[in-house]
Design a protein around this ligand. Structure first.
Ligand code: ZN
Length: 243
């Protein structure tokens, strides 16, 4: 039997309708169930692989400053955090930086820990802010939304960058999904956690104030670029605390 053009057209239309309705249903189900493309285990795996790539570039220490341990334990006592999941690593870097990787891996640099006169309240403020990024799903979203290898590449370039690349980093970090909105959310979460754990939320403000005069220095830019809009953050924090 030879099919005429009408039959062929009919078949094409029927197949197209079937395919369309199938995809439509799948998309609809996905949307309504909110199917998540990444499980917590996936997230941990990604975080670990990022960490090992970072460790190839710069020394990562597992043993931590006793002050960090004390603060993390204080947070654990007062909040429903999956404390067992958190690991804080010290990055042997001369840059002042702290960051949260997927899977509750927190990195804090030696230079930040060793800052002269860094108070417990300030250190707690920095850690609470990074924990907030994990608890609020910001690090997770960065993995979901962005191509993982791209995100890792950005992160690695931050870790190993020279001062001349500082401006470029601002854009690359924006690609990790860290935005003005997520920063303000993280600060709000942090002040609640700090208050509950008995630390003064003012520590976060005084740390931000403290870093402001150095904003122009290249070696500080990593921290500023991951944590933009310092003035706005200070203003919002003050507003929240005066309520
Ligand atoms: Zn942040």
């Amino acid at each position: 039997m030879v099919l005429g053009w009408r039959e062929i057209l009919m078949i094409v239309v029927v197949v197209a309708i079937l395919l369309y309705s199938r995809n439509f249903r799948l998309l609809g189900v996905k949307k309504s169930l909110g199917i998540d493309p990444i499980t917590p285990e996936d997230e941990t795996r990604v975080g670990k692989s990022w960490l090992s790539e970072i460790a190839e570039k710069q020394k990562v220490q597992t043993e931590q400053d006793p002050r960090v341990t004390t603060i993390m334990e204080a947070f654990h006592r007062v909040a429903q955090l999956r404390f067992d999941r958190y690991q804080v690593f010290r990055l042997e870097s001369s840059e002042i930086n702290a960051m949260a990787l997927p899977g509750a891996h927190l990195l804090i640099t030696r230079s930040l820990i060793n800052l002269p006169d860094l108070s417990d309240d300030q250190l707690a403020g920095i850690l609470a802010h990074e924990i907030a990024h994990v608890e609020l799903g910001h690090t997770r979203n960065a993995v979901i939304q962005k191509n993982r290898s791209e995100a890792l590449k950005s992160l690695l370039s931050v870790i190993s960058r020279g001062p001349a690349k500082s401006v470029l980093m601002l854009d690359q970090l924006a690609n990790l999904g860290i935005s003005r909105k997520t920063e303000l959310e993280a600060d709000e979460f942090a002040i609640q956690l700090l208050s509950r754990a008995g630390y003064s939320p003012m520590g976060l403000i005084t740390f931000l104030e403290r870093t402001k005069p150095m904003e122009g220095l290249p070696e500080w830019l990593t921290f500023f670029s991951t944590h933009p809009a310092i003035d706005e953050r200070i203003q919002k924090l003050n507003q929240k605390l005066s309520l």
